[in-house]
Design a protein. Structure first.
Length: 291
């Protein structure tokens, strides 16, 4: 039964339990992770993040750290104990955690490279908190019909991968968005074999203000249920809205989520178009638990 010193943090209300396991000695089962994330019987969180040195990952995971390019690996699990490839809010909070715990030193203009199951990701501090390059994105062609409880008719969804899988659905008004019951898992047709995070988005009218696209979204996260924010989901929602809006749509987006505001930017890199996410990263308290 390991004793774990943890830190609780959040990014726009998407909250995490973080702990350091530099040597890679702590393997928690899905049931143990879910018990920590439980909001009544545990610490409570949307996700659990273990900080492990890439050099100490087991052989399978080590390939994901891309030959040690990143000193630290973000081992991310959802509230139900399932692993995910990537977490856009979590990786910013992870960067804040590593720096504030003195596990890495990061100058104001330096880049921190973090290993994830989706590959390595680069972060820098900015005026919002941290910016992370989520890398190349792709339409995944899944495009299921999506039915959410208390949304009158099934809607067409756009499947987008930003390191992890998303389906984005447009709703017509903020009233309709508020009425959706996202405590119930939205039904996808066809079903996604690996599951998907589902974002419901309302484009603002006018869509663009001062050159920046404006949307509001809510999300049902795979493995965690409705959360106050999802960073990769915000990126997917902005990408989907730009796709629907056509060629004149901007590359900078302001995404309102129930827990705050995130910034999304699409930009041309040597290997194709990347998408970046900016937002706050806040550490709240520390504690000890026996798992
Ligand atoms: N909240 C995260 C996404 C966490 C993982 C997701 N639930 C999945 O299973 O892919 C974010 O901020 O991106």
């Amino acid at each position: 039964m390991p004793d774990i010193h943890f830190t609780k943090g959040h990014g726009t209300g998407n909250d995490f339990v973080l702990f350091a396991d530099p040597e890679g000695e702590i393997e928690l089962s899905a049931a143990q992770l879910a018990a920590v994330a439980d909001r009544r019987f545990g610490v409570g969180a949307d996700g659990i993040i273990r900080a492990v040195r890439s050099a100490n990952l087991d052989a399978g995971a080590a390939s994901l750290a891309e030959d040690g390019a990143a000193e630290w690996f973000m081992d991310y699990h959802n509230a139900d104990g399932s692993p995910s490839e990537m977490c856009g809010n979590g990786i910013r909070v992870f960067a804040e955690y590593l720096t504030s715990m003195g596990l890495v030193e990061l100058g104001p203009t330096e880049t921190l490279t973090v290993g994830t199951r989706a590959g390595v990701r680069d972060l820098q501090r900015n005026q919002r908190g941290f910016q992370v390059d989520l890398g190349r994105w792709a339409l995944d062609g899944s495009d299921p019909l999506v039915r959410a409880k208390d949304v009158a008719v099934a809607r067409p969804g756009l499947g987008i991968n930003v390191g992890n899988p998303h389906v984005v659905v447009a709703l017509s008004s903020l009233e309709e968005l508020a009425a959706a019951d996202l405590t119930v898992i939205p039904i996808l047709d066809p079903a996604a074999p690996e599951g998907a995070n589902v974002e419901f988005v309302v484009p603002h009218d006018p869509l663009v203000k001062d050159g920046v696209g404006q949307i509001t979204m809510r999300v049902h996260e795979r493995g965690s249920g409705e959360t106050l924010s999802c960073g990769t989901g915000a990126a997917a929602a902005a990408l989907a809205t730009r796709h629907w809006a056509g060629p004149s749509a901007p590359n900078n987006w302001r995404v309102e989520v129930p827990g705050g505001v995130l910034g999304v930017r699409m930009w041309a890199a040597e290997d194709g178009e990347h998408v970046s996410l900016s937002g706050p990263a806040t550490l709240v308290f520390e504690g000890d638990l026996s798992v």
